[in-house]
Ligand binder design. Sequence first.
Ligand code: C5P
Length: 294
Amino acid sequence: MSAPERVFVPAPAKVNLCLHVGERRADGYHDLESFAAFAAYGDQLRLEHAEEFSLSVTGPFAAGLTAGDDNLAIRAAKTLAERRQVRRGASVTLEKRIPVASGLGGGSADAAAVLRGLVRLWTLDADREELREIAASIGADVPVCVDNATAWMQGRGERVTPLPSLPAVWLVLANPRIAVSTGEVFATLGKRRGIGLDCPRAPFADAHELVRFLKSTTNDLELPARAIAPVIGDTIEAIAGLPGVLFARMSGSGATCFGLFGSEASAVEAADCLRARRPDWWVIQTVLRAEQSK
Ligand code: C5P
């Protein structure tokens, strides 16, 4: 197989439909369980052959990112090269469309997209299992982003069990344009539901059935995040008040919140309505992805 000159890779935003947090472990992290789903919306990466590794960031949220060696995308590229003894670099162009530090796993999605893309650029024979293992060495949220498919996350997030694909569900994502520190949210944890829920097995027939399940779950990071940044509470309430909304919650450690909808038209109408009310917020409408990434 001849090597492509360049590859384009999507890095879909991750939405934690629920997130339960258990006890603090000896390593300082908390055990958690989360129903992760992916949006059709996300960052876009372009990878090209180069002698050294480099990253340039474009797009609406480029300003919030440092393009240095500590960027997860570059760490992922270097880790794969080291593992596979590839003595080349790559030039990575990242179009940052996911708000930074926003509970949508953007950095992890970028790192996983780099792994998938470099396998194609360098024509490596690495399978998804190997990529997930490399991904786990980069960050707890990276393995689930390798396939970008609906999954149940456990441990620190690195243990991933695939879930049946979702019915058609549209969503509105809203962020009051604040970045929230994940570490600070975990440090503010109080009373919570905790872990121990069985991973949902049966496929959900439609958006209503999914919502019925989600109502029996929580995002345990919502209360501490709202205490740190009360505007998160305003965001959830604003989404919950939109026409046609089936469900509203915060994703990850915030501050992005989501609303679920049963049709594209209702999500579009609701997003328009929220933009008109809160022109200062970041608001988009999209759909949950049914399939994994190539
Ligand atoms: O995963 P990340 O390094 O971004 O997490 C930032 C901080 O959030 C960690 O240093 C830890 O304090 C906390 N955290 C946690 N349990 C998790 C994930 C993160 O306590 N499962």
